[in-house]
Design a protein around this ligand. Sequence first.
Ligand code: ASP
Length: 346
Amino acid sequence: MAQVTKAQLSQTQASSQAATSQASSAQPSALHSAATQSSTEIPQVTSESVGQENGLLLLIHGGAGDRGPKNSPKRRAQIAADLERALDAGYAVLDAGGAAEDAVCAAIHIMEDAPEFNAGRGAALTSDGTVQMDACLMTGDGEVGAVAGLMTARHPIDAARAVKHQTKHVLFAAPSENELADWGVATEDPSYFVTEQRKASLANAQAHGDAWEKHGTIGAVARDARGDIAAATSTGGITNQMPGRVGDSPLPGCGNYANAATIAVSGTGIGEAFVRAVAGRQLSDRIEYARQTPQDAAEATLNDIAKHRGDGGIIVVPSHGQGVIAFNSEMMNFGYRCGQSTRVNS
Ligand code: ASP
């Protein structure tokens, strides 16, 4: 692991604290930055270990990227409030003795309904102005369901869950309205998902290039009272993506992965780089076979994602050990809860 300089640490702490206006008093238990090569080649990774080694733990993210217009205090406060509500919903399930799978889905539901996030209502728009949503749900036992190219499912994570539990398959591309109905997945008119904010993002991307507001995917990872872990990720992809493009989020082992021997992980960022790096499985393998700590493995995986021309962030919950929040983008919206210890960052 790279040496942590005082300058890096104070810079990281300053930006983290500045962004936690809604945060509780809980402080990060470990916070540092690392890059394996010079910072001009590989963006610096900011990482943090959170929570306790065992027991209930819930981590969520609401996308990573550059601040851009997201920097307005009003939007940051709204995102922080939405993250709090998602933590409340997910952690209530864990607190009541529920399964990690139920907890991550409860947290994702809140964020899919919240238009600030790039999932469900408020999903990013493709270059032709349509919404095409992807989602994946995986549990530590290796069971997984995923969907790509949804245009009407109100909660794409419900469709992923239906694939996991109601079919013998793993991944469906653009399931029909009849299939969604058979699976009991609620749908909305495609116009429900389209917000003025996303229309403005698309117009801006098409006028000035794709550089701003390209992230916002949501994810949740949890460990329940039995020590079972689960990961869920839901996204509208990337603003101005070509219709039909599928990113990392619905691909098990890339943007979403769970393995009882190691970790549950959800990612957000440039999906193509997460796919090329096989990010989720790479992170798990680093822990299982290279015996890296989850924090070292998270940093190394993000450095590999950077080599594949991507940035973004990951949230990690191990079967045993502290959770990890790590990103090599300018910022990441995230939150965690573990007993009385809780915090959101927007
Ligand atoms: N990873 C997502 C994708 O490439 C986008 C994001 O995280 O915002 O589809």
